[in-house]
Design a binder for this molecule. Sequence first.
Ligand SMILES: Cc1cc2nc3c(=O)[nH]c(=O)nc-3n(C[C@H](O)[C@H](O)[C@H](O)COP(=O)(O)O)c2cc1C
Length: 201
Amino acid sequence: MSREPSIPATGDAVSGRERSSPAVMEPARFRRIMGHYPTGVTIVTAVDRDGTPVGLTANSVTSVSLDPPLVLVCVSEKSSSLGAILANGAFAVNILGVGAALTAVRFAEGRRKDRFEDVAFAVKEGGGPVLEGAVAWMTCGLYRTFEAGDHVILVGQVNDGEAAGGDPLVFVRGRYENLTTGGDPFGSRHGDGVPQRAEGR
Ligand SMILES: Cc1cc2nc3c(=O)[nH]c(=O)nc-3n(C[C@H](O)[C@H](O)[C@H](O)COP(=O)(O)O)c2cc1C
């Protein structure tokens, strides 16, 4: 798939140059550390020039700004979906529910051409395919892109979306988890003065 058009905008590196430290952690260790940071699991989708749906499993999705509503996802420069997302100038983020781990596995497997086979979806204008059964979804216009290491940070301006509800799938320490069957999130420290409710987000 063509990688054109090229990335439209790039953020300035710190102090106008790439900042590097003399010691750089090896990727496997970095991955193990970041694995302790639980995330949701999404399928980021778009359509290519022929209208063919593309999509990949992504857990690097983060909200950036409320006004305007911006969301980011970091996509590998090796991703076969990246070219279509850039060319389309729009993408959709599908947040998966607890029963959808097999969908996550399917959309993470390399060189699979049949990711959308037997998957019910509707292509939303100004976005990409929205998967039936997603607990929430957003469509986004491409707002900015930034090259960062071996990934491209795609910042999308959210133009539509819905939270259908349901329990989200969670990914932590390299595993898919169902946190809804977990215990008290405040553990043994419950009631000892630790704030019980998250402020802000
Ligand atoms: C839980 C999980 C999260 C992932 N998150 C990302 C991500 O945020 N960005 C990314 O580029 N790849 C991510 N991947 C890997 C891609 O899903 C995988 O490389 C996929 O084959 C890429 O497909 P494509 O090359 O067709 O775009 C993730 C994989 C898993 C299992």
